[in-house]
Design a binder for this molecule. Structure first.
Ligand code: NAD
Ligand code: UDP
Length: 320
């Protein structure tokens, strides 16, 4: 039986990834300090003999006994509110955490996969964004702590590949949504869905003309699993190319919830990218992958999840 270490495995994406690996017959060690994740995300896996939750900050050296075949580094605050509140932890987990997890992979002879992000493209001047675009990032702006940490993480991962011959993979993840996002973690999907369910005003930042492209979590995890098993070392975009403005998105969610919330406009955060759409030609050709879950279906499942949380009285969901 193969064995994987998933850092950040108690987070939104990490918990879905742990489930997928287990379903493929891979034992999982989930290493998480719960800074933005929760035990509930992996509660259904607790008690399985092939699953282990280790509470640990991966910005400190990571020690795991026994064989390890894969190391998947997903630990990092990921919502703009989280990384603005936790700038130093974000820089540390992207730099020291990446170094430590690469060191673990090297020591164990494991294959390594880095969860990078479309944020490495910053506020892009090329649209849609192919992997060959080097980005337009403000290093000293408030988002720089996340963007630059991930850019460093990519550089470090390539260095371990080139110097130590480590088998490495880099996925650049575009906006992904689904069950287990924290309600009101600040990202747009939990924000709009929670507001629409509660009948509160839906907060569109700026004039809502900025665009994003939203991928359902199951599609993303399928792509990540395929990339892990592939031989591709260079970064690969995964996301849904279906692009819409944030105002259209608010209206779509309001209709899907059946809510009569009003839409209100709030100031646009500093350095908020104006456009974002993945060019997934590479993933299509290399992995035979493309998203399959239409927005309506993904939103339905996500809304069901947030409705159940609201019914159980979970409305804030701050992990800390
Ligand atoms: P999340 O906040 O739900 O999950 C992150 C997890 O990492 C949490 O469980 C948190 O407790 C853990 N963590 C953070 N710092 C840690 C540390 N020092 N030591 C141990 N654990 C730590 O966010 P997510 O959306 O699941 O994102 C997971 C990864 O995917 C992140 O690396 C993020 O940058 C990347 N990503 C996500 C998206 C997206 O749309 N969801 C897009 C691009 C990239
Ligand atoms: N956004 C918004 N209202 C909110 C939260 C976010 O209009 O309550 C906007 C945000 O300004 C950005 C987009 O939605 O343009 C996506 O934001 P998110 O934080 O989900 O991710 P980002 O793509 O910015 O990393």
């Amino acid at each position: 039986m193969k064995r994987a270490v998933v850092t950040g495995g108690a987070g939104f994406l990490g918990s879905h990834l742990c489930e997928r690996l287990l379903a493929e017959g891979v034992a999982v060690v989930c290493v998480d300090n719960l800074i933005t994740g929760t035990r509930e995300n992996v509660a259904a896996l607790a008690g399985r003999p092939d699953f282990e939750l280790v509470l640990h900050d991966v910005s400190k050296p990571i020690e795991i006994e026994g064989r390890v075949d894969y190391v998947l580094h997903f630990a990092s605050p990921a919502s703009p509110i989280d990384y603005l509140e936790l700038p130093i932890q974000t820089l540390k987990v992207g730099s020291l955490g990446t170094h430590n997890s690469l060191g673990l992979a090297k020591a164990k002879g494991a294959r390594y996969l880095l969860a990078s992000t479309s944020e490495v493209y910053g506020d892009p001047l090329v649209h849609p964004q192919p992997e060959s675009y080097w980005g337009n990032v403000n290093p000293v702006g408030p988002r720089g702590v996340y963007d630059e940490a991930k850019r460093f993480a990519e550089a470090m991962t390539m260095a371990y590949h080139r110097v130590h011959g480590l088998e490495t993979r880099i996925v650049r993840i575009f906006n992904t949504y689904g069950p287990r996002m924290r309600p009101r973690d600040g990202r747009v999907v939990p924000a709009f869905v929670a507001q629409a369910i509660a009948g509160e005003p839906m907060t569109v930042f700026g004039d809502g003309s900025q665009t994003r492209s939203f991928c359902y979590v199951d599609d993303l995890i399928e792509g990540i699993y395929r990339l892990l098993l592939s031989e591709e070392v260079e970064p690969t975009n995964l996301g849904n190319p279906h692009e819409m403005t944030i105002l259209e998105f608010a209206e779509t969610i309001r209709a899907a919830v059946g809510s009569s919330s009003e839409i209100v406009f709030k100031p646009l955060p500093v350095d908020d990218p104006k456009t974002r759409q993945p060019d997934i030609a590479k993933a299509r050709a290399l992995l035979g992958w493309e998203p399959r879950v239409p927005l309506e279906r993904g939103l339905e499942r996500t809304i069901d999840y947030f409705r159940a949380l609201a019914a159980a009285g979970v409305t804030a969901g701050r992990a800390r």
